[in-house]
Ligand binder design. Structure first.
Ligand SMILES: Cc1cn([C@H]2C[C@H](O)[C@@H](COP(=O)(O)OP(=O)(O)O[C@H]3O[C@@H](C)C(=O)[C@@H](O)[C@H]3O)O2)c(=O)[nH]c1=O
Length: 183
């Protein structure tokens, strides 16, 4: 398994060792021991989510505030997305900065996005299925959204010829007015 740092210290990209043979392939999509060694701390995942989106669908930027902040280990099992994490930890040296990765069924890359980050992805293929593990349960009252096209964050989204967002995401907060992580 290969771990690659990103410009934001706590966000890492994980590439599993894939064993291909005449039958197809095999890989460990999650190994708690190796994962904890890779990120240098203990993590307990409690929920797995699976979504399917069509080309141009953008979900995010989403996060949950404490006491239900979520770390997310995300990957794609069909198609390709551009996946983005934004550091919204007030005292972080990279506060307000974003990092993005192409995640696809082909490249099998996973991104670890710790608590304290807003997360979003844009669907680049006709459809994409997105799978992720979270360290806390869904908690509607703690759920927050920041506008995907906030000018202060200024994410450089790939061109897909038209973006579709949910009604909730269409009225998401500006970063300047958003609830951030105080610690
Ligand atoms: C996220 C979530 C949603 N739901 C419900 C609420 C709603 O009726 C329906 C669809 O929810 P949403 O529109 O929020 O789904 P979606 O826009 O896919 O939300 C997700 O976006 C990505 C970017 C993330 O990072 C995730 O944490 C999550 O916020 O599913 C749950 O039951 N459990 C969950 O964990």
């Amino acid at each position: 398994m290969k771990i690659t740092a990103t410009p934001i210290a706590d966000v890492v990209v994980i590439e599993p060792d894939v064993f291909a043979d005449e039958r197809g392939f095999f890989f460990e999509s999650f190994n708690q021991h190796k994962f904890e060694q890779a990120i240098g701390r203990r993590v307990d995942f409690v929920q797995d989510n699976h979504s399917k989106s069509v080309r141009g669908v953008l979900r995010g930027l989403h996060y949950q505030l404490p006491p239900h902040a979520q770390g997310k280990l995300v990957r794609v099992i069909q198609g390709e997305v551009y996946d983005v994490a934004v550091d919204i930890r007030k005292d972080s040296p990279t506060f307000g900065q974003w990092t993005g990765q192409h995640l696809s069924a082909e490249n099998k890359k996973q991104m670890w996005i710790p608590e304290g980050f807003a997360h979003a992805f844009l669907t680049l293929t006709e459809t994409a299925e997105f799978l992720y593990k979270t360290t806390d349960y869904y908690a509607k009252d703690c759920e927050r959204a920041i506008a995907w096209n906030d000018p202060q964050i200024a994410i450089d989204w790939p061109e897909v010829g038209g973006i579709t967002v949910s009604a909730k995401d269409a009225v998401a907060a500006a970063f300047a007015n958003a609830d951030i992580f105080e610690n």
